[in-house]
Design a protein around this ligand. Structure first.
Ligand code: PRP
Length: 182
């Protein structure tokens, strides 16, 4: 047990469980994009590990791009609540865009992001998320592809952090309350 493992209450999803599911979803995405060349977008930073695994399981020729965003409050009327800290470098007009997220919680980030990307006239925008916490939803946002639906617990690892730590944990764990309540 290493220093990070000691802060974990329990393993929610093991490396093996994640790998199996990511492979299945990659196969679904290959079927969806057959004969096309999607632009696969990593939403930094939390998605980076999922993204790296997902694209390596996909066999469709594709292109990559990266974005960093943060969202404020309920995103029901405008895209003004989305802060883009790193934008795409690709012109997405007429492109098939696949957004790769690590987790959907309130749904505000993706609701606003999808709206903003649609305004750039892509051919399509789909969302694939590693985790979905539907209990916490505020915005009307349903991802097209979800690897795992989870309960409302504080999860870290496989890209996800607490205070920028634990992103390099190879599995998804529930953080001990004592870590974030001290
Ligand atoms: C997380 C996640 C989503 C967002 C989801 O990012 O990657 O972008 O929060 O929350 P929401 O559904 O309530 O909007 P975070 O801001 O933690 O940044 P990070 O990926 O860099 O850790």
């Amino acid at each position: 047990m290493n220093v990070m493992d000691k802060s974990i209450e329990r393993v929610m999803l093991s490396e093996e469980q994640i790998a199996k599911r990511v492979k299945e979803v990659a196969a679904q995405l290959d079927r969806l994009y057959e004969g096309r060349r999607p632009l696969v977008v990593c939403i930094l930073k939390g998605s980076v590990v999922f993204f790296a695994d997902l694209i390596r399981h996909m066999t469709t020729p594709l292109e990559l791009d990266f974005m960093a965003v943060s969202s404020y409050g309920a995103g029901t009327e405008s895209t003004g609540r989305l802060k883009v800290t790193k934008d795409l470098t690709t012109d997405i007009a007429g492109r098939d865009v696949l957004i790769v997220e690590d987790i959907i919680d309130s749904g505000n980030t993706l609701y606003n992001l999808k709206k903003m990307l649609i305004s750039r006239a892509p051919a399509s925008v789909n969302i694939v998320t590693l985790l979905d916490k539907p209990e916490r939803r505020e915005a009307p946002m349903e991802p097209e592809y979800t690897c795992f639906v989870i309960e409302d617990e504080f999860v870290v690892g496989y890209g996800m952090d607490y205070a920028e730590e634990y992103r390099n944990l190879p599995y998804i764990g529930v953080l001990k309350r004592s870590v974030y309540e001290k």
